[in-house]
Design a protein around this ligand. Structure first.
Ligand code: GZL
Length: 308
C-alpha cells in the first residue's frame, strides 16, 4: 500500500508524472506556433504534466514564469530564451532550488554553463552560411555589384546574432556582394513588411537581394515588394530561413527563391531529455537539430510531406 500512497514519491518515482515548466518566447511566427504544438503534443504523449507560459516576446515575462515554476517546485524547467543575455540571476535561483534547466531553440549567454543542463537547438551560424552559399551559387553567373538588404530577427536573440554572423562569414568572401541596409523586423510578418517598405523607399531599384532571418519577415517583405510594383523572386531574389509552409507556398508561387530549414519539431526529443534529466542520467551539453535547404525547384515535391 505504501507504494501507492499519495504525496511525493522518491525523485523520478515511476508512479508520479513528471511536472515540466516550459516558458515559450511567444507566438510571433509560423515556426513558433509549430514549435509550441510539437512541445504540447509530445508532453501529452510522454505522460508529462506541462505547465506552459507564453511570454509575448518579453524577457521579463519569461523571468516571471521561471520564478513561478521554481515556487511551484516543478521537477524540470525548460525554456526558449527570447534574447541571449540577462538570465544569470534566475538560473542561479533554479539551481539553488535544485531544479534542472533545459535550454531549447535559442542559446543563453552565461558565465557559468553549469546553470543549465543542455541546449537543444539548431546551429544558427550554419543556417546563415547555408543561406549565403545558396545565394552565391544561384548568382554564380551574375556580375557585381549585387546589393543585399537584410531583415534581422529579434535584436539580441541567438538566431539573429548567429544568422547574421554565418551569412557574412561566407558572403563577405565574394566581392560582388554588399549588404547595403540591415535592420530588425523582430521575426514578424508585420514588422518585416514595414522595414522592407522603408528599404524600398530609401534604395528603390538598387536592391537585388533580400536576406531575411525568418520566413515570416520574408513573406511580409514580399507584400511590400509587390506593392512597390516589383516582382519578388525575379526583380529581387528572396532567401530566408525556417522552411515553414508559408515559405513553400511562396516558392511555389515564384515569389521566394529559397528557404533554409530550421526544424521546430523538437517536442519528442525534449521530452526524452526531460525524462533522462529527471532520472539523473547524464545528457550531452549540446544537442543539434538536423535540417537542410529547399529552393523553388524542390518546393512542389516537398510540400505534401512538410509537417510545419
Ligand atoms: C529559431 C527560432 C526563430 C525562428 C523564428 O530557432 O528561435 O524564432 O527562426 C522564430 O521564426 O520567431
Amino acid at each position: 500500500l505504501a507504494a501507492c500512497s499519495g504525496g511525493k514519491s522518491d525523485k523520478g518515482g515511476a508512479d508520479r508524472p513528471i511536472t515540466l515548466g516550459f516558458s515559450q518566447v511567444g507566438a510571433e511566427s509560423e515556426w513558433r506556433t509549430a514549435n509550441t504544438r510539437s512541445i504540447k503534443a509530445a508532453a501529452k504523449a510522454a505522460g508529462i504534466r506541462l505547465k506552459f507560459s507564453d511570454a509575448q516576446q518579453k524577457q521579463e515575462n519569461q523571468i516571471k514564469a521561471l520564478r513561478s515554476f521554481i515556487a511551484q517546485r516543478v521537477d524540470v524547467i525548460a525554456f526558449s530564451p527570447v534574447v541571449e543575455s540577462g538570465w544569470e540571476t534566475v538560473l542561479r535561483e533554479a539551481k539553488a532550488a535544485g531544479i534542472p534547466v533545459i535550454v531549447t531553440d535559442r542559446a543563453v549567454d552565461v558565465t557559468d554553463d553549469s546553470l543549465y543542463t543542455t541546449l537543444i537547438g539548431s546551429d544558427f551560424v550554419e543556417e546563415g552560411r547555408r543561406a549565403a552559399r545558396w545565394l552565391i551559387d544561384d548568382m554564380k553567373d551574375r556580375k557585381g555589384p549585387i546589393n543585399i538588404v537584410e531583415l534581422q530577427g529579434t535584436v539580441g536573440s541567438a538566431p539573429a546574432i548567429d544568422r547574421q554572423k554565418g551569412f557574412h562569414e561566407v558572403i563577405d568572401a565574394d566581392p560582388r556582394f554588399k549588404v547595403i541596409r540591415s535592420q530588425s523586423g523582430d521575426f514578424t510578418r508585420a514588422k518585416g513588411k514595414e522595414v522592407m517598405e522603408a528599404f524600398l523607399k530609401a534604395e528603390g531599384k538598387n536592391i537585388d537581394v533580400l536576406y531575411a532571418h525568418n520566413d515570416d519577415m520574408a513573406i511580409g517583405a514580399i507584400q511590400a515588394i509587390e506593392e512597390a510594383g516589383l516582382q519578388p523572386g525575379k526583380d529581387i531574389t528572396v532567401v530566408s530561413i525556417d522552411g515553414v509552409k508559408g515559405a513553400f507556398q511562396a516558392m511555389m508561387a515564384g515569389k521566394l527563391n529559397a528557404t533554409v530549414e530550421c526544424n521546430p519539431l523538437i517536442g519528442p526529443q525534449l521530452m526524452d531529455i526531460v525524462k533522462k534529466v529527471h532520472a539523473g542520467q547524464t545528457v550531452p551539453k549540446r544537442i543539434i537539430v538536423n535540417e537542410s535547404v529547399f529552393d523553388r525547384s524542390q518546393a512542389a515535391a516537398a510540400f505534401p510531406s512538410r509537417q510545419y
